[in-house]
Design a protein around this ligand. Structure first.
Ligand SMILES: Nc1ncnc2c1ncn2[C@@H]1O[C@H](COP(=O)(O)OP(=O)(O)OP(=O)(O)O)[C@@H](O)[C@H]1O
Ligand SMILES: [Mg+2]
Length: 448
């Protein structure tokens, strides 16, 4: 960034200096030319009025050589006869000079009384300015002087221009350095204090600061949730492993009585099953984290999948003396069949697991306002209102000991929520403590 600012400032300065130098030279040179022409005119008129010239004018051009004494500085004086013959020239011998009738300033003077022109001498890089004046006797007096061309002026000014360029470039680099330092400072301060909500130094940075802060918060939240998840997983894995290892130690040391062997084996199996379902749920969650709506999505009948699930869960429900039913009508949804099955399985499992003896669990599929709806309603123990929002969190269980007893890992509803989100559906949970719970999932009939 620093280099870029330096470069931009230097280019701007360079362009400004070059254009200003050329512009000033052009204006100055134009003024200078006008001044040279005005001076020539003035000199010509003064010359005509001078005594020396009047003398030569009245007595004849043979007296013109005395004019040479009058010639100030580099002024060249040429006197031309009416036929173009040069009568006098203070610079050159007239015998070597050609007829001057073809010179533009002379022609103009014969035509309109006065004439002027400028001719360039490439070899000397000089311009010659001419002014010619028609005199009363039909002859023409011409004065001329030499001045530098514009290129020569520019060339002479070049060292000064180069010094200005060098000084300005150094100034640009210094200013660029200070500017970037000043610009970067608030950004560095902001990066150091991402956590506090203080206003950024520039108003223009507000959207950027907001975005960075929200991303920063999301990253921290994601890191925290990952940390919590890892801690929970370790804790959940440790409990059954410790139990299995304890029972194994008892057997190893012959400390289990014959009549207790069946109980110990049951405990080991129970804890192994727990480990198994825990690992399965973790794998499922991690798969869902990376899953996108893909080719596995197809049009399925929600009612059919619900019926299948209820049939398979019948034995488990009977074991707990819970009446499990499935009612409703066909409802087409675009979904992943296996995931929908997993979702209904989890909801029905909860409906049975957290039910009372002789309670009921009803799965209902219907279409409301063109939206396929799945409802799982039980007459179970219910969930306290203040914990309703939390049951979708990973590893959250209302009654830890009861869930553990019944084999719950606290991941079922987290998986359900993931599946619901993947299908762009919505989930709602209603519950009355001691009376029962109703979970409703609303789908869309077409893909979203
Ligand atoms: N139908 C329900 N009735 C009463 N409580 C419920 C019901 N469904 C869920 N809960 C409560 O919400 C908690 C979280 O449920 P979730 O299904 O996520 O976990 P789990 O059933 O304990 O274990 P998992 O489903 O992973 O085997 C449960 O532990 C339970 O306390
Ligand atoms: Mg569950």
């Amino acid at each position: 960034m620093r280099q870029k600012i330096n470069l931009i400032l230097s280019i701007i300065a360079l362009v400004a200096i070059v254009t200003t130098s050329i512009g000033i030279t052009l204006v100055y040179y134009n003024l200078f030319q006008n001044q040279v022409r005005a001076d020539l005119k003035q000199n010509a008129r003064l010359l005509v009025e001078s005594e020396v010239f009047q003398n030569a004018y009245q007595k004849g051009y043979e007296h013109a050589p005395s004019l040479a004494n009058l010639s100030p500085g580099n002024l060249r004086i040429t006197w031309i006869d009416a036929d173009g013959t040069v009568l006098f020239d203070n610079d050159t011998n007239v015998s070597g000079l050609a007829n001057h009738l073809d010179r533009p300033e002379i022609r103009q003077a014969f035509d309109s009384g006065e004439g002027e022109s400028t001719r360039r001498s490439d070899t000397m890089n000089m311009n010659t300015f001419y002014y010619a004046l028609l005199l009363e006797n039909g002859t023409v007096l011409r004065v001329s002087t030499q001045a530098r061309t514009i290129f020569s002026v520019l060339f002479n000014a070049l060292p000064v221009i180069l010094v200005i360029v060098a000084v300005t470039l150094i100034a640009c680099v210094l200013i660029g350095h200070l500017l970037t330092k000043q610009l970067m400072k608030p950004l560095e301060v902001m990066a150091e204090h991402l956590d506090d909500a203080s206003e950024p130094a520039y108003k223009e940075l507000e959207p950027f600061a907001r975005k960075i802060r929200s991303q920063h918060e999301n990253i921290l939240a994601a890191a925290k949730s990952r940390q919590d998840f890892t801690a929970n997983v370790s804790h959940e894995l440790k409990t059954p492993i410790t139990a299995i290892s304890g029972y194994a130690e008892l057997i190893e040391n012959n400390m289990v009585a014959k009549e207790d062997e069946a109980h110990v084996a049951r405990q080991i199996r129970h804890n192994a099953d727990r480990l198994h379902s825990l690992v399965n749920d973790i794998i499922k969650l991690s798969e869902l984290d990376h899953l996108d709506r893909g080719e596995s999505f197809e049009t399925i009948d929600l009612f059919e999948v619900a019926k299948e699930c209820v049939n398979d869960m019948k034995t488990a429900a009977d074991k707990k003396q819970v009446k499990l039913t499935c009612k409703g009508s066909s409802a087409g949804v675009i979904a992943d069949r296996a995931l929908i099955r997993e979702m209904i399985d989890n909801l029905v499992q909860n409906g049975i697991r957290y039910n009372k003896e002789k309670g009921s669990c009803e799965v209902y599929v219907t279409i409301q306002n063109a939206r396929p709806i799945l409802t799982v309603k039980d007459t179970g123990i219910g969930i306290p209102q203040d914990q309703l929002d939390r049951v979708f969190e990973r590893f959250y269980r209302v009654d830890k000991s009861r869930s553990r007893e019944t084999g719950g890992t606290g991941l079922g509803l987290a998986i359900v929520k993931h599946i619901v989100e993947l299908h762009s559906a919505e989930i709602a949970i209603n519950s009355t403590l001691g009376e029962g719970t109703t979970v409703t999932v609303s789908f869309w009939a077409t893909a979203r």
